[in-house]
Design a protein around this ligand. Structure first.
Ligand SMILES: [Zn+2]
Length: 402
């Protein structure tokens, strides 16, 4: 079995090796990155299987990555985080350099705060927490049901309870809103994240979020979404960041939601690719297309259900299918969790379970208001990072913390 060892490394060269943190530049590709660092493209790209090659397209601008160098300044290990769960690990071995995809270990903390609103909720949350992401998740979930512009009064309060991921003391990835309350003209409004991973108001009505249509009508799903999965036969970590719809070549593909086309061209293993930008930081991607529909180009606005192109097998593909992806703020999301036709009203057993969940959150919210819970920013350690060790790399190094 694979065992993972973790230890902390400081840039102050505790182990006579140095870890440096970098930011992934916009426009930088994985292949160029390898070349810039004099790393072998054959072993670390061309010899990889399709899934791993596609993972290398996942590096996003602004992402922090780490390089561990030995005393001769030669690269020993590199960690490239792809999403909140999976990262690419490049490491030196006897044979040369090797590639593997491994999970990111993070810790989730439930946090909460309450505050008096100054002007807009967005401004207030930004001012109190310094976090754009917290402001985003709050406003995005209330936006469709409330009008913040007219109904906020000085002295109104809001409460947020959310999960935040940490990776060795550093805030990591998008927080998840669990429950929130906003007071508007002395009236309290709530939303709760239910066990079905959708948001409901205090009456058990679903708060309308992003509604997605199926991009290929009547097609069979041939591969499901997974951010990370340990492949039992290959004994490797794999990811499939979209849903595959098997369909005959030439079957029309429709826009899953209304938005603006932000990309319509060939892109590496994706083949002919269309990206559509939607509201609230959502983006959908349609890959391996045979061709685009006439008049579909970058900058064009499309409506939900409108045909944008046709099923094909361009790029790295074994047969005609649509590889469909959904991203939220760049992070891959399972599209099947979002596909829905109408908003839901909870009934029966589901409603009873929701009432229990709601009661717990209501008690927490009341307590936070009573205690005037303030937002607390945890201290971060800039120089600290961790390297996922390989059997080869562990030999000369000390192990710390599990
Ligand atoms: Zn796929």
């Amino acid at each position: 079995m694979i065992r993972f060892f973790f230890f902390l490394v400081f840039t102050t060269a505790i182990f006579a090796a140095q870890v440096d943190r970098y930011r992934w530049d916009s426009g930088l590709t994985y292949l160029v990155f390898l070349e810039q660092n004099n790393l072998p493209t054959k072993e670390l790209y061309y010899n990889l299987d399709t899934d791993n090659q596609r993972l290398t397209d996942e590096m996003r601008a602004g992402v922090n990555y780490q390089i561990l160098r030995d005393t001769n300044n030669s690269i020993e290990q590199i960690l490239l985080p792809l999403n909140d769960e999976l990262q690419i690990h490049l490491f030196k071995s006897k044979a040369g350099y090797e590639f593997e995809a491994i999970p990111i270990i993070s810790e989730t903390k439930t946090e909460a705060f309450t505050t008096t609103i100054v002007s807009s909720p967005n401004y207030t949350i930004m001012k109190r927490t310094g976090s754009k992401k917290l402001a985003q998740i709050f406003t995005a979930n209330f936006r469709n049901s409330l009008n913040f512009k007219n109904d906020i009064r000085a002295g109104d309060k809001l409460v947020m309870i959310y999960d935040q991921k940490y990776r060795l003391g550093q805030v990591f990835s998008m927080p998840t809103l669990n429950a929130a309350m906003i007071e508007m003209r002395k009236k309290y409004h709530y939303i709760y994240l239910n066990d079905d991973e959708r948001y409901y108001d205090e009456k058990g009505h679903e708060v309308e979020g992003f509604l997605l249509a199926r991009p290929v009508r009547g097609a069979r799903i041939s591969s499901y979404f997974t951010k990370r999965r340990f492949h039992p036969v290959l004994k490797k970590w794999k990811a499939h960041l979209g849903v595959d719809y098997a369909a005959r070549r030439g079957t029309p593909i429709v826009a899953a939601g209304s938005g603006t086309i932000s990309y319509a061209a060939r892109l590496g293993s994706y083949g002919n690719l269309i990206k559509i930008r939607h509201a609230d930081g959502y983006e959908t991607r349609y890959a391996h297309m045979k061709s685009f529909r006439r008049g579909i180009y970058r900058g064009k606005r499309v409506k939900k259900g409108q045909t944008i192109g046709y099923v094909g097998s361009t790029g790295r593909s074994t047969g005609p299918h649509l590889h469909f992806e959904l991203r939220k703020h760049g992070n891959p999301v399972n599209p099947l969790r979002v596909v829905q036709v109408t908003t839901k009203k909870l009934k029966g057993k589901e409603y009873d379970a929701f009432v229990k969940l709601k009661k717990n959150y209501d008690q927490s919210i009341d307590l936070h208001i009573k205690n005037k819970t303030k937002f607390v920013k945890l201290p971060t350690f800039r120089s600290q990072c961790y390297i996922h060790t390989t059997p080869d790399a562990t030999k000369n190094k000390e192990k710390k913390n599990g």
